[in-house]
Design a binder for this molecule. Structure first.
Ligand SMILES: *Cc1c(COP(=O)(O)O)cnc(C)c1O
Length: 390
């Protein structure tokens, strides 16, 4: 049997924590009822579990249970937030503000809205990946209805200043949405303190199951109006129809509960491992850190490497370590990462990049093995490149 490579792609997805699996199990078999069945005990048991999960999730972000709308994940939550607000506030204005480094699950709905006649401002970022708050201030217009800025970037791990952005939006009575897919369970999130009006979440980035997420929708001060994008039985107070999926929802809540309880220790542990990896790698010349050095997710290290071909680098490493370059779709599109080019990286350095995503099950031995393999691969590729030139 061949050994599987070390998993350092925790930004793409995470394994489900065994404690989460255990919490989910009874809801596949014993408590299989439809939570919308109000006439019998099977339905009540499922409904009770969902009620509890909803309260756990709401507590985790300082919201109320009525403000949680379950979705299939962050992609759907982003679509519901952006299209739902654009449609509901159509009479008030048609301008949205977002950022060039957003996930495609925000950028693509924005492009779709542009095709329908909305106008979208895509803010640039500074060299460290953070937005410039004065650029945001200047982007507001009379007809701006929504600002969407992600909490943590999925490629470079950069944490945007949510509270400052929230304050800025609230002063102008403009709604603030944040895609918190990478941030939930990794950094503290408080929708009140940060003045967030809508927030997208997903379970599978935080050791929960795939296929479940939620959109937080503020109900008071201000009460956010949202046009539903999935019509049907009127589930989730009419905002998102479709039978709720108890095992996934129970697992989602358990995953978030565990992540919050373990956040202080995990932040410290992953930051230490990340710094260990970076200290080993940076002994090589021409290595560049992508994104702010401190204002980032504990488990993220994204680097560009001079003098090597990005594709050869990934090929050389793939039997040792499972990771991705800055951009997940470069093999199909052969375009450099839009995030790294937004930082001002040259095309060559945007191509020759590695995203290390560390997580709950990453060990110090794994980090040392990966560092050794990466150094050897970079050195041999540089040697080969020199040979070809000479
Ligand atoms: C993973 C991710 C998404 C998509 O989430 P799904 O639940 O897989 O749909 C959206 N935004 C960000 C920032 C992500 O990292």
């Amino acid at each position: 049997m061949t050994q599987r490579p070390i998993y350092l792609d925790y930004h793409a997805t995470t394994p489900v924590d065994p404690r989460v699996v255990e919490a989910m199990m009874p809801f596949f078999t014993e408590h299989f009822g439809n939570p919308a069945s109000v006439t019998h005990a099977y339905g009540w048991a499922a409904e009770a579990a969902i009620k509890q999960a909803r309260a756990t999730l709401a507590d985790a972000i300082h919201a109320t249970p009525e403000e949680i709308v379950f979705t299939s994940g962050a992609t759907e939550a982003n679509n519901l937030a952006l299209k739902g607000v654009a449609e509901a506030y159509f009479g008030k204005g048609r301008h949205l503000i977002t950022v060039q480094t957003e996930h495609s699950a925000v950028l693509d709905p924005c492009r779709y809205l542009e095709a329908l006649g909305f106008e979208v401002t895509y803010l640039p970022v500074q060299a460290d990946g953070l937005i410039d708050l004065s650029a945001l201030e200047n982007a507001f217009r009379e007809d701006t209805v929504l600002v969407s800025v992600m909490a943590a970037n999925n490629e470079i791990g950069v944490l945007q200043p949510l509270a400052e952005i929230g304050a800025c939006c609230r002063r102008r009575s403009v709604l603030f949405h944040t895609d918190a897919a990478q941030a939930l369970g990794k950094i503290p999130l408080d929708v009140d303190a940060m003045q967030i009006d809508l927030m997208s979440m997903t379970a599978h980035k935080v050791y929960g199951p795939k296929g479940i997420g939620a959109l937080y929708v503020r109900r008071r001060q201000p009460r956010v109006k949202l046009a539903p994008q999935l019509h049907g039985g009127g589930h989730e107070r009419g905002l998102r129809s479709g039978t709720l999926y108890p095992p996934q929802i129970v697992g989602f809540a358990k995953a978030v509960e565990l992540a919050l309880a373990e956040m202080p220790q995990e932040t410290l542990r992953q930051t230490t491992l990340r710094e260990r990896l970076w200290s080993a790698l940076r002994q090589l010349p021409e290595l560049y850190l992508n994104g702010h050095s401190a204002q980032r997710l504990p488990g993220n290290l994204n680097i560009s490497i001079g003098g090597v071909d990005g594709q050869a680098l990934l090929l050389g490493l793939r039997s040792t370590v499972a990771l991705s370059s800055g951009s997940a779709c470069r093999y199909t599109t052969l375009a450099p990462s839009h995030v790294l080019t937004a930082l001002g990286r040259s095309e060559a350095l945007a191509y020759a990049s590695l995203r290390f995503g560390l997580g709950r099950f990453t060990t110090v031995e794994e980090i040392d093995q990966v560092a050794e393999a990466a150094i050897a691969t970079i050195q041999s590729l540089r040697q080969a490149a020199l040979g070809m030139k000479g």
